[in-house]
Design a protein around this ligand. Structure first.
Ligand code: BV8
Ligand code: ZN
Length: 241
């Protein structure tokens, strides 16, 4: 592993354009349960049951209880060494982009800039009627928060399953993936589309693609290097002075 890490550190140093794609695994060591790992349950619901427009239409109060539970949890955790190392890597790189599937905002909190939050941000709310979007830092918004402008019900400004991603963000993510020479894929089970397709866009454009994950994933067979381990342990070694 050490030789791989040393070689990768050299590759990072020499890379012209680095793109990093992160998933829930990069926040696991901050204490935020991942989606598909154990602990990814809330009152015996799976996130995929509640993170849908249908669930919100059926029982918006239950969905708000789920998001308030996550907002309260996230408000209490800290960024971990993986978040901090990625912020440092960005500072030292000529051309760097971070695409995250996470909505916890921890990359921004760790100092990463221009993060593409392709699934949205749990700290943003959107009005279901007038579409107004704003940051709402209070962790518990109750089960029927109302829009300050028009009084209609607010929803989390996140992308639910079955909803399209912001087309501008999606196009940028593909363009960045297809024009980098090094992609690091960190802490994702590579199941959720369209994010799971970004690494193959990088590969087909000749990039060197690295996966960092304690487990193998559907991506493992097609990446150039898999570093089996925790993000909080491996990523800091990639930016060590
Ligand atoms: C779309 C925001 C079309 C909300 C999220 C069948 C039926 C219905 C839909 C589909 C279907 N088949 C495919 C689809 C499409 C669907 C999809 O991909 N479903 C999956 C489940 C099969 N995709 C969508 O619906 C997307 N939209 O396709 O729309 C469309 C197009 C145009 C117009 C209209 C419609 C929208 C997808 C976005 C959904 N929203 N989040 C919220 O969070 O509440 S996705 C959600 O899952 C999170 O963002 C999360 O990040 C993401 C992916 O999961 P991972 O990040 O990979 O997390 P996971 O737990 O799976 O894995 C963690 C990994 O970390 C593991 O590998 C683990 O080993 C590793 N790990 C653990 N510890 C560590 C670690 N790694 C490093 N260090 C550690 N310490
Ligand atoms: Zn409104």
């Amino acid at each position: 592993m050490h030789a791989d890490i040393d070689a990768l550190r050299e590759r990072i140093r020499g890379a012209k354009k680095i793109v990093v794609l992160t998933g829930a695994g990069v926040s696991a060591e901050s204490g935020i349960p991942t989606f598909r790992g154990d602990g990814g349950l809330w009152r015996n619901y799976r996130a995929t049951d509640l993170a849908t427009p249908e669930a919100f239409a059926r029982n918006s109060a239950l969905v708000w209880e789920f998001y308030n539970w996550r907002r309260i949890l996230i408000s209490k955790v800290e960024c971990n060494p993986a978040h901090r190392a990625l912020a440092a890597m960005q500072k030292g790189a000529a051309d760097f982009a971070l695409i995250t599937q996470n909505i916890d905002g921890l990359h921004l909190k760790a100092g990463s800039r221009n993060v593409l939050e392709i699934h949205g941000n749990i700290w943003k709310v959107r009005c279901t009627h007038c579409g107004d979007v704003h940051l709402e830092e209070k962790p518990d918004l109750g089960t029927a928060p109302a829009c300050g402008k028009c009084g209609a019900l607010l929803r989390p400004h996140v992308v639910w399953f079955g909803e399209g991603l912001d087309p501008v963000l999606l196009e940028s993510a593909y363009r960045l993936s297809a024009s980098c020479d090094l992609m690091l894929v960190i802490g994702t089970s590579a199941v959720v589309q369209p994010a799971a397709s970004f690494p193959s866009a990088a590969t087909s454009s000749g990039a060197f693609v690295v996966e960092i994950n304690p487990e193998r994933t559907p991506l493992s067979a097609s990446v150039d290097l898999t570093l089996l381990g925790k993000a909080g342990e491996i990523v800091p070694q990639l930016v060590a002075a």
